[in-house]
Design a protein around this ligand. Structure first.
Ligand SMILES: [Zn+2]
Length: 261
């Protein structure tokens, strides 16, 4: 996971149609809060607004075609994901769903990201744990600013300060709780993710080995030319638009010592 910088101005679809739809959800809730709280009445969210092609396109660009959680390259295959769930939420896995969730943020630009199907539908789903569950904003009249989310909000915080990588394995830096909750909930060390990271890092480790070899053969001009190219390549692999950037940065910073050959 890396920090995501979205443009400040929301796509027009959200600013106009989304705003209108938000208003109608808020009115519906206020008319009959208990029906929404028991889940007997549910909001009908308009996917054609929050997942509109202009919204998706803006997210694809801001996230460099990567899943916000696992940093796999997904191109245009991702889902528009709600950071704070829109219909129902869970404080923890295994708990029953609670209603309503953050219906008033369903079309909010700051609450939307692009995620791969695996991360979004199978793992994050309705989870949104808080450090202080009693301070949860239960409706549009309450403030989300009073909440302390356990998931790292990559739109506002730098995940690399919370989650590091030893080789292909993600770990919570200095054992911090939020990093650990994020890793465990999203299963960042499961579902073939470590294997994919390892394959990627091994390829880079081999490039690094050529650099080491070349440092002892300064007179081999042909090899020195290759070194220039490799250094350029490695720079690309640590830029935000490469896959598994966070893991790659950690591997390079630790001279690939945790990357098994
Ligand atoms: Zn993912």
């Amino acid at each position: 996971m890396i920090r995501i910088h979205k443009p400040k101005t929301p796509p027009e679809k959200l600013a106009i149609d989304g705003k209108q739809k938000r208003r109608s959800h808020c009115i519906s809730y206020s008319r009959n809060p208990s029906a929404y709280e028991t889940g007997t009445k549910k909001f009908e969210f308009d996917r054609s607004i929050y997942a509109h092609k202009t919204v998706k396109q803006a997210l694809i660009k801001a996230q460099h075609q990567k899943c916000c959680f696992c940093e796999r390259l997904i191109g245009t295959d991702g889902d528009v994901e709600h950071f704070r769930p829109k219909q129902a939420y869970k404080q923890a896995n295994g708990e029953a769903l609670k209603y309503p969730a953050y219906y008033w943020l369903a079309y909010e630009w700051e609450n939307l990201y692009l995620a791969c199907t695996g991360c979004n539908q199978r793992h994050k789903q309705n989870l949104f744990p808080l450090q202080n569950p009693t301070a949860r904003a239960n409706n549009h009249k309450e403030k989300i600013e009073q909440e302390q989310p356990l998931f790292i909000d990559f739109g506002k915080e730098n995940p690399e300060e919370f989650i590091g990588f030893r080789g292909q394995v993600a770990y919570a830096i200095e054992g911090n709780h939020r990093g650990q909750v994020t890793i465990d909930s999203l299963k960042l060390n499961e579902r073939a993710l470590p294997e994919s990271r390892l394959q990627h890092l091994q390829k880079l480790k081999r490039l690094n080995e050529i650099l080491l070899l070349a440092s002892h053969r300064q007179n081999d001009l042909e090899l020195q030319e290759i070194v220039v190219e490799i250094k350029e390549d490695l720079k690309k692999y640590i830029s935000d638009n490469a896959q598994f950037t966070a893991a790659t940065r950690c591997a390079i910073n630790s001279d690939f010592q945790y990357v098994i050959s």
